[in-house]
Design a protein around this ligand. Sequence first.
Ligand SMILES: *Cc1c(COP(=O)(O)O)cnc(C)c1O
Length: 394
Amino acid sequence: MTAPLASRLRGFGTTIFAEMSALAVATGSVNLGQGFPDYPGPPEVLDVARAAIGTGADQYPPGPGIPELRAAVADHRQRSCGSPAYDPDTEVLVTAGATEALAAAMLALLEPGDEVVLFEPIYDSYSASVAMAGGVIRPVPLHPPEDGAGPWTFDEAELRAAITPRTRLLLVNSPHNPTGTVLSGEELAVLAELATTHDLVVLTDEVYEHLVFDGARHVSLATLPGMRERTLVVSSAGKTFNVTGWKVGWVCGPAALVAAVRTAKQFLTYVNAGPFQPAVAAGLRLPGAYFTGIARDLQYRRDVLVAGLRDAGLPVISPRATYFATVDVRGVQPDGDGLAFCRALPERAGVVAIPTVVFYTPEHAALGRHLVRFAFCKNDAVLAEAVERLRRLA
Ligand SMILES: *Cc1c(COP(=O)(O)O)cnc(C)c1O
């Protein structure tokens, strides 16, 4: 038999996460590779899910999601980021995580050969879902800060050059995984101007909307003038309520775009997460103090890991958001190869991290070759153990 994998999925075979997680187990390493929290979500949310199991909530929920959750999503967006009002009936769709929302949007909106402009390093599902929809990615690099401090930024000329007559979608992830950067107001204004000028649909992945540090503020592109009508905002419960396994996400946008996404979504999963939907609705209605509290808590974890990495002699780019810190290994790894560094780190220090190069397209691999991503969304004992072990490198 010839290779069974369809050509559009070649190159998406296995992920580094499987290799590194296996290495973590085999060597008894602390796993700072995968980006999920190892501490539970708020009891107010977990209790609602427990109570919902064994009730009618176990059966298929309505296709667009339960009304209670759609209303909570619309209210929450207005309350938390001054977002425009969304009609819960026609402008909010519940999905199987942000991942399905993004995939369904690609499948719904792209014609074969249509181009998607996005920032690189790239969250891994984007390239695959564009490929599954028959689209083509046009990556624009986010450049790390020269001095290791400050945000990653894009070059406006590089962004403009990536837009062609075939560009259909602009896909923006801010706060950004894996760099932990938050796009500034000026950067968002550039994106809005380009989207309007070239009549692009904008897809924003805002799953880290609440995990922002140092007083930085997340601003949704949909809130900029003229953007609501062309923007699909995607977010999810996983990162906000420490329930990454629940896979409850949503998309908000103008009715015609949301209807298009719903058309694709109904034949992917149709519905999901019956008992978790009311729980997430309860979560979104928690007081503002919950959301500022999770940011503060995670900022503390960031500080612990960043200090530990620095003590270990690793130059680190401290993130302003998300779960991840980036280390430049050029000073500590003779050939500057982040992949080799990650493969050796379990033996050397008993810690697992992910080489950032896996988030780059092969053409731009040189840009990420020397970078490594460490996750800090881990409990106190795990972080303390990781920091202790990293000291061996010093
Ligand atoms: C975790 C993550 C997702 C996936 O969200 P789910 O709700 O689990 O599907 C999407 N985008 C980014 C940038 C993420 O880090």
